[in-house]
Design a protein. Structure first.
Length: 358
């Protein structure tokens, strides 16, 4: 796929009517996408994650996960929370136990009292990556510079935890790179709110030497159902060089933005859910597969795999609401991905496993 200079009117290859028809045809069938319920109930997290401040509220704010096996074969995950500045680690117990075991290895990111608004995490095995939302404040649309950071720190392959010392790299130039892309010129400048053009990052994946950021907003008002993915060259981005920023448009269905991403061997799995507009908060969640190698497309149509059926999920005493915002691949076969999905609004993420047909 090419970067967003394809979006300029002189370069668009489809008339607006035809493009609208493509969107309708692509997602008129999404209602027939198989609805998949969790394979079992919520995974136990024991006593849950421990936080010094606002413990219950912070436990309900899990927003990102990045997992990889350590040298002993244990699946160790970095857990990102969008409240506070502390990340946590956990081990996933998958051999019949179906449990998430919090580890007493908290990691403080950012400055005390300066909330990152961490929304997504990823790992390539060598490093962990965490991104802030880069979003304005929801209530008054005021800028929030503390959220405009992307962090990288080394992973200890032996333990699966952060290397010590973490040697944190903190880059604050992604918002400027995004604003300079042609696709985002309609949203340039200040004054935009969430749901009306403001930048809002909620997904992150690392693959093929690039970081891929999934946007909940903005979405394209002229092309309902279209969201953005932005990618940068990983080493250049953190090294201060030309990050070769690119933007891509993907069809997710009306009212949806990206809520998380995870790299797989043949592309990137997308978790799509309600965008930032209040009117779309009842839109159901989809899992889609996107071929990030595809070239020459002004608009990509990821393949819908399943709709998450959450109707039977019972909230626990500690839970507030269910909003899937993070996922990791537990296993994959030629027929299915086994995904662990975690939610904002549920204590400790309320981990649920889904068998998603490929």
């Amino acid at each position: 796929m090419r970067p967003t200079d394809l979006f300029r009117p002189s370069r668009i290859h489809f008339p607006a009517l035809a493009l609208s028809l493509v969107l309708v045809l692509s997602f008129s069938a999404s209602a027939q996408v198989k609805a998949v319920a969790p394979s079992a109930g919520m995974w136990s997290a024991g006593d849950g994650f421990a936080f010094k401040n606002k413990a219950k509220k912070t436990r309900q704010s899990l927003s990102g996960v990045a997992c990889a096996p350590n040298a002993q074969g244990q699946r160790i995950c970095l857990m990102a929370f969008d409240e506070g500045v502390t990340m946590q680690f956990a081990e996933l117990l998958t051999d019949g136990a179906n449990a998430l075991r919090p580890l007493d290895q908290p990691l403080v990111l950012g400055r005390a009292g300066d909330e990152l608004d961490a929304e997504a995490a990823a790992t390539d095995g060598a490093y962990f990556y965490v991104t802030g939302s880069h979003a304005v404040k929801r209530k008054d649309c005021a800028p929030n510079p503390a959220s405009q950071h992307v962090l990288r720190f080394r992973r200890d392959a032996a333990t699966g935890l952060a290397a010590q010392p973490p040697a944190l790299q903190d880059v604050g130039r992604l918002a400027a790179l995004v604003a300079a892309l042609p696709a985002f010129q309609p949203y340039a400048g200040t004054g935009h709110c969430l749901g009306t053009g403001a930048l809002d990052i909620e997904g992150l994946a690392v693959r093929r030497g690039r970081l891929w950021f999934g946007l909940r907003g903005p979405t394209e008002p002229a092309e309902p159902g279209t969201a953005f993915i932005v990618s940068v060259d990983t080493e250049a981005f953190f090294g201060g060089g030309d990050a070769k920023a690119r933007a891509y448009r993907v069809t997710l269905g009306p009212g949806r933005g990206l809520r998380d991403m995870v790299a797989v061997q043949d592309g990137i799995l997308l978790l799509a859910g309600p965008d930032d507009a209040e009117r779309n908060q009842a839109v159901p969640w989809l899992v889609l597969h996107w071929d990030d190698n595809a070239e020459g497309q002004a608009l990509a149509t990821p393949r819908p795999l399943a709709q998450l059926d959450l109707a039977g999920v019972a909230l626990r005493q500690c839970d507030k609401e269910i909003k899937p915002e993070a996922m990791t691949v537990l296993a994959q076969t030629p027929a299915a991905y086994r995904l662990l999905v975690l939610s904002d609004g549920l204590c400790d993420g309320g981990a649920l496993a889904f068998d998603i047909p490929r």
